[in-house]
Write a protein that binds this ligand. Structure first.
Ligand code: SF4
Length: 376
């Protein structure tokens, strides 16, 4: 079932590693919600009457929105689309925004029913390296306050592979996560994206570089510890207790349709992908879809196959040879099976009756394995 993504492009300060579209300026803050409401009206037919199962406020920092603004946006969505009564409604939040008052209002006055809290680490030196705006203690208290306010469907983000993060600290971060008894964890390796502050600062020798070896150790610790606590590793960076998978992100991983609203947001309707301008001035001034959407691409058979292999291999549901045959034909299926055999021989992929999933070892090379199977 389709979902709606809303991109809220404001942050109090930029984290060094960040390559999402967000600005640490509030110049267009007041113009943002009216522009979003305009876009909701303009895009009312994108999901053509389908029932919407998820709404996801991502960013940027959506917890910078006032609860009244969240309600204004949700009311506009409800008035325009068929949003299910029991839809998963997620708000990404930074720990420093989650005061007792804000959480109470979110819980009691909005229909937000899932929080994704950007913790990243519970240690201050890691957070300083990343240039996060909050401290480790603040992160801990934010999760506690969210639970006290009545939120149970909470996920946190933790980053590993940070040069200041030792194996011991990483285990401690995971212990703290388990102590909260939360249903979901998203955990990513720190990557140095080109042209980010992190990239520049490392090149200038002002910050320590990111090494692969500790990240691999951390990843193995993560796999062992989450498995020991009964978490399902259902996507390469995501772990959940049974039945607590992110419904919204599963749409992306399972090839579902979604509408992205807000600057830089992407949309997909099964045949084409399009994305909005990554520019707040342009976005807030736009009065036509043509001015909001920066680019639209029709997906070729090859694109759709590559995307299916890339996303499905990263999930616990795996890559289904029969599905490849049904959608792309016997020749493509045969080529896929020939291409994946060396990875099976090396113990990186497991064939479960025609469904191919990554082994623990293969999870370390997910992107490389998928790339080797691409249809060029
Ligand atoms: S809070 Fe998130 S979106 Fe904002 S700068 Fe940090 S990583 Fe980027």
């Amino acid at each position: 079932m389709p979902g709606i993504y809303i991109h809220v492009p404001f942050c109090k300060q930029k984290c060094h590693y960040c390559n999402f579209y967000s600005v640490a300026s509030f110049k267009y803050r007041d113009a943002f919600v009216p522009a979003l409401l305009r876009e909701i009206k303009l895009r009312n037919d994108y999901l053509s009457g389908k029932n919407i199962n998820t709404v996801y406020f991502g960013g940027g920092t959506p917890s910078l929105l006032k609860t009244e603004e969240i309600n204004t946006i949700l009311n506009a969505l409800n008035g325009t689309f068929n949003i299910n009564n029991n839809a998963e409604i997620t708000l990404e939040a930074n720990p420093d925004d989650l005061s007792e008052d804000y959480l109470r209002q979110l819980r009691q006055e909005t229909t937000v029913n899932r929080l994704s809290i950007g913790v990243q680490s519970f240690f201050d030196d890691d957070l300083e390296y990343l240039n996060r705006v909050h401290s480790g203690k603040e992160a801990q208290h934010a999760v506690e306050r969210a639970q006290a306010a009545g939120f149970s469907n909470i996920t946190i983000d933790l980053i590993y592979g940070i040069p200041t993060l030792t194996g011991e600290k990483w285990r401690k971060n995971l212990e703290l996560f388990f102590a909260f008894d939360l249903p979901h964890l998203s955990s990513y390796a720190l990557t140095v994206e080109p042209r980010t502050s992190l990239d520049v600062l490392i090149k200038k020798g002002k910050l320590a570089g990111v090494k692969e070896e500790p990240a691999v150790d951390h990843f193995n610790i993560l796999l062992n510890e989450t498995a020991a606590r009964g978490f399902v590793h259902y996507e390469i960076s995501n772990f959940a207790k049974k039945g607590c998978y992110s419904k919204h992100n599963s749409i992306y991983w399972l090839g579902g349709h979604y509408l992205g609203l807000g600057p830089s947001a992407h949309s997909f309707n099964g045949t084409s992908r399009q994305w909005n301008v990554s520019n707040l001035k342009q976005y807030t001034g736009a009065d036509m879809v043509e001015k909001i959407v920066e680019e639209k691409e029709l997906l070729s058979e090859k694109d759709r196959y590559n995307e299916y292999v890339m996303t499905s291999l990263r999930t616990t549901w795996g890559c289904d040879a029969e599905h490849i045959k049904n959608i792309f034909g016997e020749t493509v299926k045969n080529r896929f099976e020939t291409g994946i055999q060396p990875f099976i021989d090396r113990g990186e992929v497991i064939n479960k009756n025609g469904t191919y999933i990554l082994s623990g070892k293969g999870k370390l090379f997910a992107d490389g394995i998928a790339a080797a199977l691409f249809w060029d």
